[in-house]
Design a protein. Sequence first.
Length: 189
Amino acid sequence: MYVLRCKGEDLLKVGFSHDPISRFHTLHPKFYKFFDFNESLLIETDRIKEARRLERLFIERWPEHRAPAPLTINPQAGGHTEWFRGIGDSITTVAERLTERYGHRMYSPLFGWIRDRLLERTDLLFAWSDRMYQIIDWQLQNQHALVRDTSYADSLRDALDAVEAVGIDSEPLVPESVYQWYLTHRLTL
């Protein structure tokens, strides 16, 4: 179960997922910029049933603080009823109590957990980024700019931006051609 705080405002998303990083990405492609992982937390449970129960406890505790999902959140991602405003730091206190009561492990702040999970995935990054770059390069060489599918470039840039956003140097993790492309196409973090 996770609690994500949006950067720069008192808006939280509560939810659960078997693969939190993939879930965060479905909510927002630039999740690493949208959410403040130094102000977010995750409670690790052994079963989905336990995560659902914790999520329900959070949702039922603050019904008067429900808020609409931000417009920049992917509407296909769902989760429109689990947004809260004005809860402040009390959510961390409640999370600590529930974690202690039910014997779960809590990661707060979430930044370190995110960094560790992205580090675990770096062994896949080399081959994946090389394939994505090959597609991007083929499009550049063979297609007019108006018909190119920019989703490949967007996905590659987002993946490398996410790695860099948590303090992991992407240069040694990808082919030289990918890194050179990234240097000219990356976003300012």
